[in-house]
Design a protein around this ligand. Structure first.
Ligand SMILES: [Zn+2]
Ligand SMILES: [Zn+2]
Length: 156
């Protein structure tokens, strides 16, 4: 059975979200979408229809993958770049205990906790100058609270 017989150029089709003018999926249409959206991808195989997978190459990472034209139109880009973006966001958001230790050492503090869990955790910190201990979250340090409360009080 072929439902495509109603889909001539200019025909109105009902889609889930809105009515749109049917336009055949061609290489030209695909390339136009890539160009209009300034996508950093290159089409490597011919477009045969909205459900037929087309091969693309990412101009950023060189990854080649296959997806449907409608997927590209919906805003999906290179899956490898998307993965890399997710990884780097996670990495920025979460420090390891070792990294937090290094951040604190930079301010002449010693981390007394064995494990760092999150930026709101009250860390047990020892000041390397006056050897007093106090509590502070990494979040607070990142906001600029980088002086030891005891040393700070002694600065007149
Ligand atoms: Zn990529
Ligand atoms: Zn101190």
């Amino acid at each position: 059975m072929c439902n495509d017989k109603f889909l001539y150029p200019g025909a109105i089709i009902k889609s889930a979200s809105k009515k749109e003018v049917y336009e055949a999926w061609t290489n030209e249409r695909m390339d136009r979408i890539i160009q209009e959206r300034a996508l950093k991808i290159k089409r490597l195989s011919d477009v045969k229809g909205w459900r037929e997978k087309v091969k693309f190459r990412c101009l950023d990472c060189g990854n080649e993958w296959e997806t449907t034209p409608s997927h590209i139109r919906a805003g999906h880009g290179c899956p490898e770049c998307a993965k890399a973006r997710r990884r780097s966001v996670r990495k920025r958001a979460k420090y390891t205990t070792k990294e937090v230790r290094e951040i604190l050492e930079h301010f002449n503090f010693i981390l007394l906790d064995e494990h760092y869990y999150n930026a709101l955790q009250k860390l047990h910190i020892k000041c390397n100058k006056c050897l007093q201990e106090f509590e502070r979250s990494l979040n607070s340090i990142q906001q600029g609270h980088v002086l030891c409360p005891y040393c700070k009080g002694n600065i007149k």
